[in-house]
Design a protein around this ligand. Structure first.
Ligand code: PGA
Length: 252
């Protein structure tokens, strides 16, 4: 079964409700016939309006984080079922900014993934090494640990509904991108690890995205790699023009 690529924008802490709706209304006709699936992870406050604006189109709206509990006295937190209620269909979990700035561990991310799956939200699990880990030659070790701990107890049938995003931390928001060959090698490593742990069929089905300074200029060479099934785009997803170019990379 061929893997349908997924191109996702991660707006991080940018855009008001008005900006989001305006962007989505303009985006819809420009990506209608594109081959990849189109996802947008918007701020919590814009979720409902974004999901309403995207209704009936190919644009899929999701969130950037959630709490692992069903509900409770957790001031300021948001539960998975609230995201679903607001119209989210997916959620980014374990982004390196969450890991580094908000001290999220693989164990917490594992709980979040399980909760997301239980409310039928599709998790996008982010993994990736820091510059120091890369310089010490620890990339594979780090990826293996992140994958095995974050995905502990996840069944094959659940894993195939998820997306993995390989995002080397040193490439996020820095303008530095992996070379396509290097990104391919890391993606291949992730897929092989999944094959060893959950079986080849699962590994063949799962979407593995690349993230880290993806731009209209480099998306094609990344997407041509056999194990790269999509991209997770931060900065370049904030501009309609560059995001549309990225989604429609193959028609350039
Ligand atoms: P970037 O961010 O494209 O701005 O490097 C990617 C991400 O954080 O997912």
């Amino acid at each position: 079964m061929a893997r349908v690529p997924v191109i996702a924008g991660n707006w991080k802490m940018y855009k008001t409700i008005g900006d989001s709706v305006d962007f989505i209304k303009k985006l819809i006709p420009l990506v209608e016939t594109s081959q990849p699936k189109v996802y947008l992870a918007v701020p919590f406050t814009a979720l409902k309006a974004a999901a309403d604006a995207a209704k009936g189109s190919k644009v899929v709206i999701g969130a950037q984080n959630m709490n692992d509990a069903t509900e409770g006295a957790f001031t300021g937190e948001i539960a998975g079922k609230m995201l679903v209620d607001a119209g989210a269909q997916f959620v980014i979990l374990g982004h390196s900014e969450r890991r580094q700035l908000f001290k999220e561990t693989n164990e917490i991310i594992n709980k979040k993934i399980k909760r997301a799956l239980s409310v039928k939200l599709q998790p996008i699990l982010c993994v990736g090494e820091t510059l120091q880990e890369r310089e010490n030659g620890k990339m594979e070790e780090v990826l293996q640990e992140q994958l095995s701990k974050s995905l502990d107890g996840i069944l094959s049938a659940q894993l195939t509904t998820m997306i993995i995003a390989y995002e080397p931390v040193w490439a996020i928001g820095t303008g530095k991108t992996s070379t396509p060959e290097d990104a391919q090698a890391m993606h291949h490593f992730c897929r092989e690890f999944i094959a060893k742990t959950w079986g080849k069929e699962t590994a063949d089905q799962i979407i593995i995205q690349y993230g880290g300074s993806v731009k209209p200029e480099n998306v094609k060479s990344l997407m041509e790699q056999p194990d790269i099934d999509g991209v997770l785009v931060g900065g370049a997803s904030l501009s309609l023009e560059s995001f549309v170019k990225i989604v429609n990379y193959s028609s350039d």
